[in-house]
Design a protein around this ligand. Sequence first.
Ligand code: AMP
Ligand code: GLY
Length: 422
Amino acid sequence: MNILILGGGGREHSLAWAIKQNPKCDRIIVAPGNAGIAEIAECATFDIEDGDVVAGFCADNAVDFVIIGPEAPLVAGVSDVLRSNGLVVFGCSKAAAQLEASKSFTKEICAACGAPTARYEHFTEAKAACDYATEQGAPIVIKADGLAAGKGVVVAMDIATAHTAIHDMLGGQFGAAGAEVVVEEFMDGEEASFFILCDSTSILPIGTAQDHKRAYDGDEGPNTGGMGAYSPAPILTDDIAAISLRDIIRPTIAEMIKRGTPFQGILYAGLMIKNGQPRLVEYNVRFGDPECQVLMMRLGGQVLDLLHACAENRLSDITPNWGDDHAMTVVMATRGYPGAYKNGTSINNLVSLPETSSEMIFHAGTAIKNGEVVAKGGRVLNVTTRGASLKVAHAKAYALVRQIDWPNGFYRTDIGHRALQL
Ligand code: AMP
Ligand code: GLY
């Protein structure tokens, strides 16, 4: 099978790495890819958000199967164009991608199907939004309705912060993504992520994970795209997973079918769990990054069969083969991230470090300059390991992180602290 993966981060490196282990994979092309991906796959550069361009590339390169990594091409409708060209595609339709692209859309779906989530209202006028926030009281959560690269959420611990966030968002801080704001109840509890493959008739949960969104140890500092993750997430017990499927996931899927816009692809449910009860924080319509890296480390080559079955509506025929293992990924980021940072600093010794089926350094943002690997981006490396317990995976991950010679990088030293009770 000739496979095209769209994207160029740690998520896509881990997808390519796992898929390559499957004997059915003949050729992998990743667009745009990065320096780490280039070691295991071909890389190509074209506009991955233009469906016609992607379809043309597939025709020219005899691509059999397309896997869409990030949300932007899904929201742009690339999967619809590819399907209409007869391609087999892993990735939901543009209409179903609204589950990630619009927070008020998701809230409306939850209301229609009775899925538990935070109470909310949505607004386009600052005064009405501020009045509602004041009436509800702090803490309160303010969200830009559209996609804002993970930065469109302010958890306001006081009303003044809530009002500032409302004015900033409606005042154009995130452009069109902030033309509408959602003001929502603050949910207390512990967060975890649940990943479910969905096709037009079946769903198949493929794992749980927990990530660390804050930049610094102790869950302090600014929010980031994620500084590390581990799988499974012990907080998401089998019982809570079953409740989540019954009360949140299945009703959502049924509601999407009812509206004529079925969801087909990977549904990533961000859940807030308190007293054994899950509530939905948000949906994403793609694998999490870096959560994907730990899932791929645990699933290995079978992921190709799983994603291909999902794309061909054959999920009911397939059973994932889970080990009892645990995986962890530690993100190494450029100093300054998530604020301003400098690109182009050298990472000196990657080639001498081990890469095995249980120990991988996935590249999130790297490039080659004068034959050397350099950082290109905020999140740069994902040191990902697997072991019989989370403790083993953690020890292996940090042993490998400490060997990386990158003076301009930083990382959190406490990934997994909740599960490990560090
Ligand atoms: P989102 O972009 O919706 O994932 O929000 C980013 C982060 O903000 C989430 O992962 C939560 O940590 C936090 N958050 C979002 N909504 C709420 C809420 N209603 N209550 C508490 N925390 C929230
Ligand atoms: N790590 C969070 C996300 O991918 O949205």
